[in-house]
Design a protein around this ligand. Structure first.
Ligand code: ASP
Length: 441
């Protein structure tokens, strides 16, 4: 970790809804002198605001590309930015910028350019409001193959931004290898924040949103889920079903190798501790054996049985090639001496069941093939498991005590997770049982 005391702050769309949210953002930026780089999303939706600016702009693009009038929708965007400017008493002539964007859309600008203008306009307002320099992402963010080009971006960032400067860099877009405007996938301002943190060698990347970090389990299932104060990048990857909702999955890569922690914080309750995402080497004393629990329903187990399969060197390759050639990704693959279970998403295999059965039977000549639907897969993740005896005993006791039948078990070789398969119907009870066992008792 770099000790230059620079903090890169990314604020999400819900943190930039309206002028009162802009005020909160300013107060947060000014509370800490290290907060010198601000990466904004476009104003999002919530409260009186029914739509995300990005969605409105994409709609404008769609109408314009079909030669239809888009002014009515563009006016919603226009009024929103003007209202924020006026309510903050700023002098910036945002109308000129808005006119430029409107003319570009009318003139046939591409969808990525149109979508990116929410961040651009928001950045212009924020730079004026905070007295920071506006640095267009066009000049510093590089994208290659649709992904962040951290190296090329870092060179530009260091060349164009002084280490002590205070700047606003709009999120979500950059320039690709063809020299065109390109956006990341939705929610991609998180990635811009991570690139800026890497390029500036920040001491921390603060990601400000509308929740106080990650919960140990989905709050829709567990009413009073424990909060996660610290989690490692690896744990978060294992829990990705859960993490993706708060942070863009790709935002961890630019900062992970540089050991820059990501701190998820709540703009509306800045005093909450939030969740700190760190590398294994920086992870402090664990508080719990289990850090988090996540899962998904609707998997299918394809169980293939053949006596002495493990003595046949090509057996696994042949079996896997059936899934590969049908473009079906494999989620898990527990094995026993004469059985292998291939776990795949039901939605991807449903229409191909007969075909897959036939192909396995031709290619692998098994004794039996069984398709079992309605499996839920639960990942119980914790960096502390490796050094704690009895974790799996506790886990299976929790499930047994609640009358839940375990249909599949698999432990990752990192010993950081235990995956259990239960029936779809038992999914929520299983998550509650595991949460209550580890988090409370
Ligand atoms: N404004 C973009 C979106 O709505 C990007 C972002 O918010 O990160 O997806």
């Amino acid at each position: 970790m770099n000790m230059n005391n620079l903090i890169v702050c990314k604020f999400g769309g819900s943190s930039l809804l309206n002028s009162s949210q802009f005020r909160n953002v300013k107060a947060i930026m000014e509370a800490e002198p290290g907060r010198r780089v601000l990466v904004p999303s476009a104003p999002g939706k919530g409260g009186a605001e029914k739509h995300k600016v990005t969605d409105l702009l994409l709609m404008c693009y769609q109408l314009a590309s079909h030669n239809l009038l888009f002014d009515e929708i563009f006016n919603v965007v226009r009024e929103r930015f003007i209202q924020i400017r006026d309510e903050l008493g700023l002098a910036i002539r945002i109308e000129q910028e808005l006119d430029g964007v409107q003319a570009a859309i009318a003139g046939g600008a591409g969808s990525d350019f149109c979508a990116s203008r929410g961040e651009y306009l928001c950045g212009k307002l924020l730079a004026d409001y905070l007295g920071f320099r506006f640095v267009d992402a066009e000049t510093v963010i590089r994208i290659r193959g649709g992904k962040a080009d951290v190296e090329a971006s870092s060179v530009l960032i260091r060349k164009k931004i002084g280490a002590d400067e205070r700047v606003v860099v709009p999120g979500f877009y950059g320039i690709n290898e063809k020299g065109e405007f390109q956006t990341f996938s939705r929610g991609g301002s998180d990635i811009t924040g991570a690139i800026m943190a890497a390029g500036m060698e920040a001491s921390v990347y603060e990601n400000w949103t509308d929740v106080s970090g990650f919960l140990a389990a989905d709050p829709a299932i567990v009413a009073h889920s424990a909060r996660i104060k610290s989690i490692t990048y690896n744990e978060l990857r294992e829990l990705s079903y859960m993490g993706a909702m708060v942070l863009h999955e790709e935002a961890i890569f630019p900062v992970r190798d540089l050991n820059i922690p990501i701190h998820i914080k709540n703009t509306n309750i800045p005093e909450d501790v939030g969740t700190l995402i760190v590398s294994d080497s920086m992870a402090g004393e664990r508080e719990q054996v289990v850090t988090g629990i996540s899962g998904k329903i609707d998997y299918t187990v394809v169980r293939v049985e053949k006596t002495h399969m493990s003595e046949e060197p090509s057996f696994y390759r042949k079996l896997l090639s059936v899934f590969e050639t049908n473009d079906i990704p494999i989620e898990h693959m527990p094995t026993s001496i004469d059985t292998i279970s291939v776990v795949v998403a039901t939605a991807l295999i449903n229409a191909k069941e007969k075909k897959i059965r036939e192909e396995i039977s031709i290619y692998c000549d098994p004794d039996r093939i069984v398709f079992e639907h309605g499996l839920a897969v639960i990942a119980v993740v914790g960096r502390g498991m490796i050094s704690t005896k009895g974790t799996s005993a506790m886990l299976f006791t929790a499930l047994a005590e609640n009358g839940i039948n375990v249909r599949m078990i698999s432990q990752g070789s990192s010993e950081m997770n235990i995956i259990v398969g239960v029936s779809n119907e038992d999914f929520e009870n299983a998550i509650r049982a595991i949460h209550d066992k580890f988090m409370k008792g």
